[in-house]
Design a protein around this ligand. Structure first.
Ligand code: PRP
Length: 188
């Protein structure tokens, strides 16, 4: 069975993502001219976005990865108390950091991450996220680079998962309700 059969609706198409990513890359290139920013990709969802975004940035950048899990969170919700499961190897001090995320939802993860990185004396910290769900926000986060604002729906694809599946879809979409029902039945 094809993954695409599980899709109810495409929210952001491959073409739209490609076009917006190219714009963001140009903007970052312009804003960070001569500064060699450090792009920190948050595993795992942001990997797909990072790989396209970094190739759209026309200046020198350094790339590193960070793994974060949310303490006591569920599949659907984070808590704002984060645990670093993989830290960057790069020294953040005096660097212009750009956090690359797939989605800012409640904002709790991003708030905690920005606070943590700021304890390491970076020169600056900005956020670049593919998606943002403003309706779900619980804390304010200033997003300098945002791909798309999406409605309060559970979105998958282009890095975002449901139960670790669908990350490899080349667009962002919403699943048919029966997919969740089927998965619940399978898990008992
Ligand atoms: C997602 C996303 C953010 C966080 C956003 O990660 O990548 O890190 O949730 O939620 P918040 O704004 O409500 O805090 P997830 O835990 O799904 O991990 P993944 O990227 O490995 O799929």
């Amino acid at each position: 069975m094809d993954m695409k059969d599980d899709i109810l609706e495409v929210l952001v198409s491959t073409d739209e993502i490609q076009k917006r990513t190219a714009e963001l890359g140009q903007q970052i290139g312009h804003d960070y001219q001569g500064r060699n920013p450090l792009m920190i990709c948050i595993l795992r969802g942001a990997v797909v976005f990072l790989s396209d975004l970094m190739r759209a940035v026309p200046i020198h950048v350094t790339v590193d990865f960070m793994g974060i899990s949310s303490y006591g969170g569920t599949n659907m919700d984070s808590t704002g108390v984060i645990k670093i499961t993989r830290d960057v190897d790069t020294n953040v001090a005096h660097r212009d950091v750009i956090i690359v995320e797939d989605i800012v939802d409640t904002g709790l993860t991003m708030r905690a991450l920005v606070d943590l990185l700021n304890t390491r004396a970076p020169r600056s910290v900005e956020i670049c996220t593919l998606l943002s769900k403003p309706q779900r926000r619980k804390v304010d986060v200033e997003i300098k680079y945002c791909g798309f604002e999406v409605p309060n729906k559970f979105v998958i694809g282009y890095g975002l998962d449901y139960d670790e599946n669908y990350r490899n879809l080349p667009f962002v979409g919403v699943l048919k309700p029966e997919v969740y029902e089927k998965r619940k039945e399978e898990k008992g």
